[in-house]
Design a protein around this ligand. Structure first.
Ligand code: ADP
Length: 403
């Protein structure tokens, strides 16, 4: 069976997955792994779909100095020890800029264009693109596909896409893009199967993980998002503040002497649940903590989700269903219950038993708005796009394998 490699590259780690596929069938996950500690304590770990460990190996720091080297380590292991040579690679790329509203087959021209968007996502885009460039040089015939976190939101209307700033900045790319698009697209595709009665309706999807956002969907299409120009806006996150008066940033720079880069570090790494609680960015630790500041951070998290749900309901002009997904949304019945309490005014009520057992539909029979838990799968989305695009562009051609 043929395989493809799915890559999600960050600043200090590269996550990878192998999917097998057969003709036009749905790709099947085979291996999940990552190389983390890049440049410090590199470590390769991987497991099969059952969770059985396949490898756990340390490397000297100077042998894995950057993201391309980390992907090389993973590729060598796949080829030499697993006998896997993928036919194509699908990459998660955070920013597709104003242009890309769908995945794209990569060539030098596309990569050059995507590099121009690095200033829109400086913490992510360069790391996403580095392994693409390196594979292009080393294996020029290996098909590669980029799947964007912004693409699913590109059909937003002009009102949702603009900030109230001079238009020339909009033209330059200062827009409300929205992120977590691969997750929302997966949910939109899953709804006709798991909850057909709501798939064509007005749905809020809450992606609550370390990063968190909500998407207002109408008939499976994104019409509004809590995130905007960067992944800083909207909901409170593990270490990001969510919505913040820009005056706070001006204050930090003018009165506290922060440089742009230290303000960036502060806003991405020191705020959110971590900054507010002083305990942790991790929801499990906050829920287990007896510290009143941890309790306050959880209260604040659910309060802001309630406020933003009101905003998205206004964008949708009503609400037919609410969906929870990602780490917190899929696993924490108590957070879901607290959010539902805040949304009681919308006619939302949970069934405590169904919520407690993480059922697919967790609302009570009398809830005016049904509530669902739908586990997301961004990597499967990337795998599906990659297979579809590669076969569209190169049907039947001999392809070079990744290694
Ligand atoms: P990422 O954005 O890094 O992909 P995830 O979607 O994996 O994040 O979500 C991570 C978050 O989910 C963490 O805050 C973690 O504490 C939380 N989480 C995972 N399982 C549970 C659980 N059982 N109860 C509460 N929170 C959980």
């Amino acid at each position: 069976m043929d395989t493809i490699l799915v890559v999600n590259a960050g600043s200090s780690s590269v996550k990878f997955q192998i999917f097998a596929f057969d003709g036009g069938g749905r790709p099947e996950r085979q291996i999940k792994g990552q190389v983390d500690g890049i440049g410090s304590r590199p470590r390769l770990r991987a497991a099969n779909v059952k969770g059985d460990k396949l490898v756990d190996r340390d490397f000297p720091a100077d042998s894995v100095r950057d993201v391309p080297a980390a992907l090389h380590v993973a590729g060598d292991w796949l080829r030499e020890e697993q006998r896997i040579t993928p036919l194509a690679v699908g990459h998660r790329v955070v920013h597709g800029g104003p242009d890309y509203d769908r995945p794209v087959v990569l060539d030098h021209g596309v990569v050059a264009r995507l590099e121009r968007y690095a200033s829109l996502a400086p913490l992510h885009q360069p790391h996403n693109l580095a392994p693409i460039r390196s594979l292009m040089t080393n294996l020029p015939n290996l098909p590669q596909v980029a799947c964007f976190d912004t693409a699913f939101h590109r059909a937003h209307g002009a009102l949702a896409d603009h900030y109230a700033i001079p238009r020339r900045l909009h033209e330059e790319g200062v827009r409300r893009y929205g992120f977590h698009g691969l997750s929302y697209e997966y949910i939109a595709n899953a709804l006709p199967g798991t909850a057909p009665e709501i798939a064509n309706g007005r749905v809020i999807v809450a992606h609550l993980g370390n990063g968190a956002s909500m998407c207002a969907m109408k008939a499976g299409k994104s019409v509004e998002s809590t995130m905007g120009f960067t992944a800083l806006d909207g909901l409170v996150m593990g270490t990001r503040p969510g919505q913040l008066d820009p005056g706070v940033v001006l204050y930090l720079m003018a009165e506290r002497g922060m440089s742009a880069s230290s303000a960036q570090h502060f806003l991405y790494r020191e705020c959110g649940l971590k900054g507010l609680s002083g305990v942790s960015n991790d929801m499990r630790e906050l829920e287990a903590s007896a510290d009143p500041n941890a309790a306050f951070a959880i209260d604040y998290f659910t309060y802001r989700i309630g406020l933003n749900a009101g905003m998205l309901t206004a964008a949708l002009q009503g609400l037919d269903a609410f969906v929870f997904t990602a780490g917190i949304g899929e696993n924490s019945s108590s957070i879901r219950a607290r959010i539902a309490e805040r949304l009681a005014w919308l006619g939302i009520a949970l069934d405590p038993v169904e919520n407690g057992r993480h059922a697919s539909r967790i609302s009570s029979a009398g809830s005016r708005v049904p509530v669902y838990v739908v586990p997301t799968d961004e990597e499967l989305m990337i795998a599906q796009h990659t297979v579809a695009l590669i076969w569209k562009h190169q049907p039947g051609q001999k392809r070079e394998s990744a290694s």
